[in-house]
Design a protein around this ligand. Structure first.
Ligand code: FEO
Length: 391
């Protein structure tokens, strides 16, 4: 745990989790993560904004004690997920006079997930406000970043937006502020892709709400604080916007090399047509990298051999993942090889039901690609090239 003073009377307690490599037993964390909690001291009352993951609760309690904090009147729960709210019960034990502040749905979740007593929770909806004396906290509902109950907290006097997961990044580092802008951009994009991309349209509206505020600092509950808020606001505008890039993402797997030959050939032709290609060998998949590539690609091509009448399970997983992440891609297709038959193409097609894409003619071949098979891949590449002209 690291305590940093942000401004007069405003501190962050950062639980640095350098070694964590998996979140939700699903999402890879190549750079670890942080769980940031913020303390706001007012002339009359104090507030703690978000807590920490239960694995780090002892350290947060220790840091609060070491900081000499004598009272906490409010515990702001921007989000009920356990990595931010999981230590609230322990903080309530330490400061029994405190009340928890959250949205109406947040209250339901906190009761169900953490067994926080109902009478300890106050509901604050949009434009709700708390008076700490010389400081005021305002609450804005920002649903689906990435749960339905989420909100952000705005400290009016200092113009700080405490955004929890929204604008966050899984990145453990010494400084509470950005030290490597490019690295934070990639980490934040990856985080957006992994958990927020399916809610792109709602997030657009959340950004509109936030844009009405004058913001000097964005202080998320994962990763570094943004001293240039426009940097991450612009990045989010780009990610949630409707435009796509002249790119083709190709998640692929090959058993005996035939599908791989098709993929390699397709990559070469697309590159010759000045199209950026991002292939992902699914046997070595970092799903965060795939998710990130899906944020703004125009086209997705899933490439799979046929196993027991259907797609290779890794290709099926990639298709399922793509479908649940709901990228804004405009075109998709399926390529692959089979030995004696099967329903690989139909099964993958049936998995992509959430995508609003035009399906380009799949290329399914028997065995190793022959000359006429390469011509079908040529045709697919030509179609992609023509479609991308209209981007
Ligand atoms: Fe960082 Fe949705 O919790």
């Amino acid at each position: 745990m690291t305590t940093n003073r942000i401004k007069e009377g405003i501190y962050t307690f950062r639980s640095l989790d350098w070694d964590r490599r998996l979140f939700d037993e699903l999402i890879p964390l190549p750079d670890g993560t942080t769980y940031n909690s913020y303390f706001v001291q007012g002339s009359r009352k104090n507030a703690l904004i978000d807590s920490t993951d239960p694995q780090k609760s002892d350290k947060l309690i220790e840091d609060i004690r070491e900081s000499g904090i004598e009272k906490i009147d409010y515990i702001i729960a921007n989000h009920a997920e356990q990595d931010h709210s999981g230590t609230i019960p322990e903080i309530l034990n330490l400061f029994p006079e405190a009340n928890v502040i959250c949205t109406k749905l947040g209250k339901k979740f906190l009761k169900e997930l953490l067994l926080i007593p109902e009478d300890k929770i106050e509901i604050m909806e949009t434009q709700g406000e708390i008076n700490l004396g010389d400081k005021h906290l305002k609450f804005i509902k920002t649903p689906w970043v990435h749960w339905p109950e989420t909100m952000v907290t705005y400290l009016k006097e200092e113009k700080i937006l405490f955004s929890c997961d929204f604008f966050g990044s899984h990145l453990a580092q010494s400084s509470p502020y950005i030290s490597d802008k490019a690295k934070v951009y990639e980490a934040a994009k990856r985080y957006y892709a992994e958990i927020m991309m399916p809610f792109r349209e709602i997030i657009k509206k959340n950004i509109e709400k936030i844009s009405e505020l004058e913001i000097d600092l964005i202080a998320p509950s994962h990763g570094p604080i943004y001293q240039e808020p426009q940097f991450i606001l612009n990045a989010y505008q780009e990610w949630v916007g409707d435009s796509v890039k002249n790119e083709v993402v190709i998640p692929y797997v090959s058993m005996h090399g035939s599908t791989r030959m098709m993929v390699d050939y397709l990559i070469d032709i697309l590159i010759k047509k000045d199209i950026t290609v991002k292939p992902f060998n699914l046997t070595e998949l970092d799903l965060g990298e795939l998710a990130k590539a899906l944020v703004d690609t125009a086209t997705i091509i899933i490439a799979s051999p046929t196993v027991l009448k259907g797609p290779h399970p890794e290709a099926f997983y990639a298709a399922y993942l793509t479908n649940v992440l709901q990228p804004k891609a405009r075109f998709a297709s399926i390529i692959g090889s089979y030995g004696w038959g099967g329903k690989m193409v139909d099964m993958i097609k049936g998995t992509l039901t959430n995508l609003d894409v035009e399906l380009l003619k799949p290329v399914l071949i028997k065995g190793q690609p022959a000359e006429e098979d390469y011509r079908m891949i040529d045709h697919l590449a030509d179609s992609i090239y023509e479609k991308h002209k209209s981007l």
